[in-house]
Design a protein around this ligand. Sequence first.
Ligand code: BGC
Length: 615
Amino acid sequence: MTGPPMEPITTLYSSNLASYGESKLTGYVVFVAILAASGGLLFGYDLGVTGGVESMESFQKQFFPSVYEAEQDGTDSSPYCTYNSAALQFFTSVLFLAGLLASPVAGWTTKRFGRLVSMAVAAISFLIGSGLNAGAQNLAMLYVGRIFLGIGIGFANSSVPLYLSETAPFKYRGALNQLFQLSTTIGILVAQLINYGIRDWEEGWRLSLGLAAVPALILLIGSIVLPESPNSLCERNHEQKAKEILQKLRGTADVDWEMRDIIEATVLSKKVTMRQSWRMMLKRRYLPQFITTLLIPLFQQLTGINAIMFYVPVLFRSLGKGAESALLNTVIVGAVNVVATLVAIFTVDRLGRIFWFIEGGLQMLVSMIVTAVVLAVEFSKYSDGILPTGTAIGVLVVICVFVAAFAWSWGPLGWLVPSEIQTLETRAAGMSSAVFINFLLSFIIGQTFVSMLCAMEWGVFLFFAGWVLIMTLFVFFFVPETRGVPVEKVQVLFAKHKIWKKVMGEHAEDVILENKHGMMARKAEAIEGGVDGKKAQDDSDSDMDGLIEERPSSVWQQTYHVPNPYSPMGSEGSGIEGALSSRASQMVSGGVEIQPMDSVVEEDTTQKSDSGKDR
Ligand code: BGC
């Protein structure tokens, strides 16, 4: 799964954020985040190293002699077709196939045994893969090595983004979560720099492929010395240990409210199984979110970014430039990718998601069209397929404009938004389907781009431009702004949306009403807890109108056969008071009544036997 900034349940769920203890960005949490983000380096390194290695002559000679000959010869085929080799494309894409297949196992391992176990599996698998690749004597070794790297990516991407979100203080969660995307782009750049540095070495590709072991070693050390995430410990009934780690991460003993939310969320996540989560997501009520969750990663890949990322050195060689300048151009593209990702990290919460989606989309659209036109016009002028330097620089600039646009829009948002639009009930299935689609499309593009380039020539860039237009229109008409919207509210955005509400049918109204009751409940909770009650009251007052109106919620009842916890007709009375007391004293999830949180926390800290062995 590609750098999937996957938000943990508590990230968006927490209804008591204002009451969390003093939530500092401690040195310890920064250390934890940086070490864990090496998982992104690992992923990025792989993305970045591939194309450069494929463009190296010694590598081609040994493993893909037909490509080498086509390049040396250069006369009998179109410049667009030099690298058209299914074997070469498989080298690129098999990684994603392996990652795709490993992801469900990785998801299960992450939940069952913890985030650190998955990180360790990722690192070990990566070490094996980089060893096999560096020492490869034949194509089979090369492919098997890539399969191990793919498994590593499947595990790293299922655990690291989640871990980053779970250990970060809520105020910095967005930024620390995006650290994964940033470290992915840094990994890409480092790989490109190494490829450039060793370009004149005979068999230098062995070093390029072997150095993937460095981020893997860092991650392995990380998986040994890092603390397990509090959420994962709670999931496995080690609440006391979780609390101690949370206190250390936050630099304060005052973590009771956050612990409460973590426990509440993990109780829910334990009750809603993956199967239930899938079943719910396919129902009309959740369909708009499901469709959006599938389309965003699909569109992210259909921007053509990985055609550029995997094949930019190959592309520049195809454009008639020598190996050295092709690799240098690639480094420039990689650097632009990093810098533009930083722009996104610092502005995405201020300017919002939709602004960047649209701006990035338009910028990508223009640059793809310009690339197509330049190539169409210029290649027809130069029959030897060698573009003049000025034109080649022009193409480089346009590709940089494209990559910058991607890096501050669909790059980070392609992961962030699917994680933000999930409800708690559908989160598990939602995120794994996003990851699945991302890997699947990465595989398909890795496997087909060079053949598409050969068959469609410059038209391939128009193909991607067409998709960019479609996705930009999709965002404009269908994706609600999620900046600063808590998870409880996200479904309301869809329920009020003029098109999606039709898809949801009568459920749209249910969602809106339930949300109002939920707001009331939070007010009750805050008043009861005596914490920042005024703020909660202010927040919820605007949602009070019309609360008396009754309508039982169908989905909760149908799916779990339980009374709607937000219904004013709940077991403890009717109307506003009923809603308040009902929600304040119980929360129902997955058909199981959850005890009032105070008693849960108390019970956890006093009665539960906690082995505390779980780091
Ligand atoms: C995408 C990758 C891409 C990378 C480039 C990620 O968000 O999922 O497929 O290679 O960005 O920086």
